[in-house]
Design a protein around this ligand. Sequence first.
Ligand SMILES: [Zn+2]
Length: 268
Amino acid sequence: MIDSPIAREFLETGRCQSCPIIDMHAHYGPFSGIYMPNHTPEQMLATLDRCGVELIVSSGHTALEDVVRGNAEMLSITERYPGRWYAYLVYNPHYPAEGQAQLEEYDRHPTLVGLKFHPSMHAYPLTGEAYRPALEFAAARRLIVLTHTWGDSPYNGPEHLAQVAERYPEVTFLAGHSCHGEFQKCMEVARKYPNVYLELTAAYAVRGLIEQMVETVGAHKIVFGCDLPWFDPHYAIGCVVMAHISDGARRAILRENALRILEGRRRV
Ligand SMILES: [Zn+2]
């Protein structure tokens, strides 16, 4: 049995009362080809309340397909929940003109804290020239870039991540899914570059991985996420809470690192 006040709170109440959670990798809305029962803003907030999640940062599903409509929708939803819901602007490298216009339009938007890239879905490498304007924009404003990463990918593997991290030290990169399948290499990148963080969506379910990340990279370089509304936060939180790590590490992963990263942005 894990001897931890946080674990005890979680098992007894379904929430970590002393450690309200911050989810750095959320989405919003329905998604083609799969049914997600709790995807409206009200349903998502009810899920957050039930699971003790204080704050999330989302990119809209619609924005992954249609940046103009989807980003506008995401930003207008987050505006309604100040202090609770922040947004990533999705940048699609195939639509540079629309992307540039949106970066300018939403530059000072109060809930925007960073950009979301999905190189795999958009079939374009993270290191490609078309991402440059977005990365330069993020660097100039010291924004967060949450990028999808995955192992053995021609678009967003550990080598791509290392290249952009090296080129843009002012950008805080969250490695979505921690290059799932190439975890060791991703951990090396996160250890080498101060501006790269491991993000846990889907990776949390790999047995023993959280312990290994804490041991080799450090709890201060890991952030929590669970792709809401794809997955239930309780499962993901449980994986961190029941991992064989210290309560200090649990707090760092579930809350403190995200808070530090968000406070480093000018808007939070
Ligand atoms: Zn995602």
